[in-house]
Design a protein around this ligand. Sequence first.
Ligand code: ZN
Length: 134
Amino acid sequence: MICTVKSRTRTELIDITSKIQDMVMSAGIGQGLCMLYVPHTTAAITINESADPSVKDDILMIINRIIPWEAEYRHLEGNSPAHIKSTIVGPSELIAINNNRLVLGTWQGIFFCEFDGPRTRKVQVRIIKEKFQE
Ligand code: ZN
């Protein structure tokens, strides 16, 4: 399955938890795993606090400070900072499923990380049923 994400700005963390949870609920596998994979070189995926939206703002602020837009980059396309951010944050997450629910901590949410937007992006979603359920 594919989860489509539309970003609106150049760098942005987009909470996709409810979209993924809806897909997990529809799959109805009970217990298993949800694998999320971002097939892009200037985007990523991460899990962090979603309760307070200023946490994602702080994460972005510091990532943008550590990896500045202006430097002696050699990549001619001009988006090297987005490639670097993508590789540091990473392209995948694996989340347990119990009773058709993602097993996330109370404060955790799943964020699609746009580093070279705005664009329409895709997240590959695989929902895998556990063979031997308790
Ligand atoms: Zn590039």
